[in-house]
Design a protein around this ligand. Structure first.
Ligand code: BGC
Length: 507
C-alpha cells in the first residue's frame, strides 16, 4: 500500500509579474481571506477536540457523535452474500457482495441507477418507491427464476441519523442539498421496508450504515492499523472506533466499557456557533442561501458541493467591484447561476499544466462564455488554489482532532470521496496540514510514512456495508443483541442464505 505523505505544492509566484495593480490588490486580499496559518489550524483542532468530547457526553450536541451499533472490526474471515445499497447524491448503487473464504477477499456485482434530481426535493413516498424499484430490478435481473428467501442488506444512508439500533435510524436533518419533506425526525427504516414489502422484494435490512463507518470497516478488512474512516466528497465527515466506556451519554445502558462502538461523528456540523472557523463573506452567503442555514458550518467551507460555488461567488463579487477590472464589458449571465460550477471545475483549473494557462482559458470560454486575459487567468488560478488549499487544510483539523482526543500518535485513516480521489494536491496539502497541527519532527529515512496517514479506502458503501451486515448477523447468532431492534427476524435472514461462522472476534 502506498502512503500519501507531505509534499510542498508548486508556486506560480513568478507568473504574477505582469498582473496590474487592481488585480494584484485583489489577489492579496483573497490570500488574506482564505489562508489558514498553522497556528489557526491548531486553535481550530483544539476547539474541535472539546466539541467531539461534548458530543460523546451530551445528546443533541453540535457534533452529534452518533453511536452506530457497529461493534467491532472484521477479522477478514467473514463470509456470505449480502446486498449493499448506497443512496448517494448523483447515483443510487446496488451491489451484491460475496465475502469469500480467502481472508479479506470478496466478489462484487453491481448496478448503478441515476438518482433523479427532482427526487432530492420531492416527497418521501416518491423517494422510497424509487429506491425499492431499483432494488427490485436488481434482484429480478441478477436472480431471474431463482427462489430467494431473504437477502440481508446493508443500507448506506449518508446523512446524520440517531440510531438506538443498527436496523433503525431517525434522520436528524438532511444535508448536501437534500430537502425531502416528512423524513427529518422520523425513522427511515419502516417506510423503506414498507416499500419493499409492497413489491414483495425479499430483502431484510440488517444494518443502516453511514458512508464513513462503511469506509472504516471496509479499510480495516485488509489493514489492522485502520482506526478512522473519512469522506471528503460532496459532504465531509468521519467515523472512528470508540470504546463504550468513553461514551458517557450511553452510560445508562450499562454496556461493557471495553466493547467497541463505531461513532459516526457527523463533524460537518462542527462550529455551527461560528466560534473559530475563519469564515469569509462568501461562506456566509453560501450558508444563508442553502436549504438549511445555520447547519453544517464546517462542511460548507470544505466539501465538494460548495467549493465551486465559493469560487463563483468570489468572481462575481470581483466583477461587481468598480475598482477591479475583471471580465469587463462581457456578458456574465452564466456566472450568475448559483451552483453552476462544481468542484471538478476548480480541479480542472488547478490541473492546467501549461504556463500560459490555456486550458483554463478554454474552460472559461466554453463553460462560461467569458474571454480571459493572462492576468485574469493568473487570478483565477490563484483563487482556485486558495479555495482548494483551505479545504484540504481545514479538513485535516477533523482527523487531527480525533487522533488528539484518543491519544493516537500513529494510525491509518481510510479515506474516500470525490474530492479526496480527484482533487489535485488535496492529499498532499492535507498531509502538510496534519504535520503542522500535530508537530511531527522531520522524517527520518526515506520511504517512511507519516505517523497518521490517509489511504484511499476500499469500497466503503459496497464492501463496508456488506461487512457491517455480516458482523451484525454474527453478533445475532452469538446472542449479542445490543443495539439490534429485530434480532429474531435477523436470525431468520442469517439462517436463510448465509454461511456465517460462529462469533470468535475479541469483543
Ligand atoms: C453527511 C454525513 C456523510 C457526509 C459524507 C454529510 O453531509 O451528514 O452523514 O457522512 O456528508 O458523505
Amino acid at each position: 500500500m502506498v502512503g500519501l505523505s507531505a509534499r510542498k505544492p508548486p508556486s506560480r509566484k513568478g507568473s504574477m509579474a505582469d498582473v496590474p495593480k487592481d488585480l494584484l490588490d485583489q489577489i492579496k486580499r483573497l490570500e488574506e481571506l482564505f489562508t489558514v496559518p498553522g497556528e489557526k489550524l491548531k486553535e481550530i483542532t483544539d476547539h474541535f477536540v472539546t466539541e467531539l468530547q461534548r458530543g460523546l457526553r451530551e445528546e443533541g450536541s453540535t457534533i452529534p457523535m452518533n453511536p452506530t451499533w457497529c461493534m467491532g472490526f472484521p477479522d477478514g474471515h467473514e463470509q456470505g452474500t449480502f446486498l449493499a445499497l448506497d443512496m448517494g447524491g448523483t447515483n443510487l448503487r446496488v451491489c451484491e457482495v460475496t465475502l469469500t473464504e480467502e481472508k479479506g477477499e470478496f466478489d462484487i456485482i453491481q448496478s448503478k441507477y441515476r438518482m433523479p434530481e427532482e427526487l432530492k426535493t420531492g416527497t418521501a413516498d416518491e423517494l422510497w418507491a424509487y429506491v425499492a424499484d431499483c432494488l427490485q430490478q436488481f434482484i429480478e435481473y441478477h436472480h431471474e427464476g431463482q427462489k430467494i428467501e431473504q437477502l440481508p442488506l446493508g443500507f448506506t444512508f449518508s446523512y446524520p441519523a440517531t440510531q438506538e439500533y443498527i436496523d433503525h435510524g431517525i434522520l436528524q436533518r438532511w444535508t448536501k442539498g437534500f430537502d425531502i419533506d416528512g423524513v427529518e425526525g422520523k425513522d427511515v427504516v419502516p417506510p423503506f421496508e414498507a416499500a419493499l414489502a409492497e413489491r414483495n422484494v425479499p430483502i431484510k435490512l440488517t444494518a443502516l450504515v453511514n458512508d464513513t463507518t462503511g469506509t472504516m470497516i471496509a479499510s480495516a478488512y485488509t489493514d489492522p492499523l485502520m482506526k478512522i474512516g473519512c469522506i471528503f466528497g460532496t459532504g465531509c465527515n468521519a467515523a472512528y472506533m470508540e470504546d463504550c466506556g468513553s461514551i458517557p451519554k450511553l452510560a445508562h445502558m450499562k454496556l461493557d466499557p471495553k466493547l467497541p462502538m463505531a461513532i459516526n461523528c457527523e463533524y460537518g456540523a462542527f462550529d455551527n456557533e461560528h466560534k473559530v472557523l475563519p469564515r469569509t463573506p462568501f461562506d456566509i452567503i453560501i450558508d444563508k442561501e442553502s436549504p438549511r442555514p445555520g447547519q453544517q458550518a464546517f462542511e460548507k467551507m470544505i466539501a465538494g458541493l460548495y467549493l465551486g460555488e465559493i469560487f463563483r461567488l468570489v468572481l462575481l463579487d470581483l466583477h461587481q467591484q468598480p475598482e477591479c477590472h475583471i471580465f469587463e464589458n462581457q456578458d456574465i449571465s452564466k456566472l450568475t447561476k448559483a451552483y453552476s460550477l462544481d468542484a471538478g471545475f476548480l480541479a480542472a483549473i488547478e490541473e492546467d499544466p501549461f504556463e500560459n494557462l490555456s486550458e483554463v482559458q478554454d474552460l472559461f470560454a466554453n463553460t462560461l462564455g467569458l474571454t480571459t486575459t493572462k492576468p485574469e487567468l493568473e487570478l483565477i488560478r490563484r483563487l482556485a488554489e486558495l479555495i482548494g488549499t483551505r479545504a484540504a487544510r481545514l479538513s485535516a483539523c477533523g482527523v487531527a482532532a480525533i487522533c488528539k482526543m484518543k491519544g493516537w500518535e500513529t494510525c491509518h485513516v481510510g479515506a474516500d470521496g470525490s474530492v479526496f480521489n480527484k482533487y489535485p494536491l488535496f492529499k498532499a496539502r492535507g498531509a502538510q496540514a496534519l504535520k503542522e497541527i500535530l508537530d511531527w519532527p522531520e522524517k527520518k529515512g526515506k520511504g517512511r510514512g507519516d505517523p497518521v496517514e490517509l489511504f484511499p479506502a476500499e469500497d466503503g458503501s459496497g464492501v463496508g456495508a456488506a461487512l457491517i451486515a455480516a458482523l451484525t448477523l454474527k453478533r445475532v447468532i452469538a446472542g449479542q443483541n445490543a443495539g439490534i431492534k429485530d434480532p429474531e427476524a435477523m436470525k431468520k435472514a442469517a439462517e436463510g442464505v448465509m454461511k456465517v461462522r460462529p462469533h470468535h472476534h475479541e469483543e
